[in-house]
Design a protein around this ligand. Sequence first.
Ligand SMILES: Cc1cc2nc3c(=O)[nH]c(=O)nc-3n(C[C@H](O)[C@H](O)[C@H](O)COP(=O)(O)OP(=O)(O)OC[C@H]3O[C@@H](n4cnc5c(N)ncnc54)[C@H](O)[C@@H]3O)c2cc1C
Length: 293
Amino acid sequence: MPAYDLYIPTDLPDALSYLDDYGETTSVIARGTDLLPRIRRRQFPAVNLLDISGLEKELRYIRNEDGFFRVGALTRVADLLETPLLGKELELIREAGRKFGDPQIRNMATVGGNVCSASSSEDLIPVFLALDARVKLSSAKGDRSIHMKDFILGKRTVSRKNGEILSQVEFRSLPPNTGSGFEKMGRRNILIIALVNEALVLTMEDDRETIREARLALNRVAGRLPARASATEESLAGKRLIPETISAAQGTLARELALKTDFRASGDYRLEIAKVYLKRLLELCAFRIRGGN
Ligand SMILES: Cc1cc2nc3c(=O)[nH]c(=O)nc-3n(C[C@H](O)[C@H](O)[C@H](O)COP(=O)(O)OP(=O)(O)OC[C@H]3O[C@@H](n4cnc5c(N)ncnc54)[C@H](O)[C@@H]3O)c2cc1C
């Protein structure tokens, strides 16, 4: 393992002040479940590491306040599974959490680390995209907030400046008649690297037959970029949820996705899975809205 200089801040202002001085040559490390294997494989060029894992008092929380859910960057995947704050309409978060790694990884992996890793298989990114989340970036100069869709720029590329730490993910509480779900396909049942992951937040009109809004996100919409499938979303809005609507949406999804072939699976196979998941998620969300579990 290569040698790195490590700075352990006493609190968040100390961390931000360190990044202000040394941000250009520093990488943030949270729990290291993504970064340490990359460092060991010598895929990581940084010269300093800023270890923020001790800042849990400031950055590990889940809050439901003023119509928003706010999740601190050091919140762990296991915390998302344990909190009583996330209601039934947010089932997609629990589903992503249950399919995430194994118990050991869930107890370590942080929300901020997952979002900042921005690889095409991270599971919380489609979840937060479907929830229309914003991320808060903190620096010594203050905070700024941007949409998750603008934060993820490409594989392992995010819109974070050198002096910034991702401090929080925030999304609005969901309206009535909303259900959600998450699906993930890998090559085994635990410790799955997603071939496809797909998250849906569905809101229906009061008749619970007509779709008001569908927010659909996948880990690979255009090439390797996790994003919302906006053409498919538009094709669903205002339609009755009947088999014809679902198969038309599957056709739109097929035209919208650009799924690549790699050593894990072919693009064609991934597309078939994405279409099956769309149908499954639409039916599951409608079932949940109508009172099922
Ligand atoms: C065995 C195994 C199984 C896994 N299974 C899954 C899985 O099922 N699903 C999945 O999505 N991922 C999985 N992962 C990947 C990894 O666990 C997650 O991405 C995790 O959420 C990363 O969190 P972390 O705190 O360990 O991040 P770290 O490894 O500490 O950091 C990851 C990246 O984010 C940056 N970073 C971290 N926190 C911040 C912050 N607050 N502000 C700015 N930058 C930050 C770091 O600089 C680094 O580039 C797995 C990893 C392993 C080793």
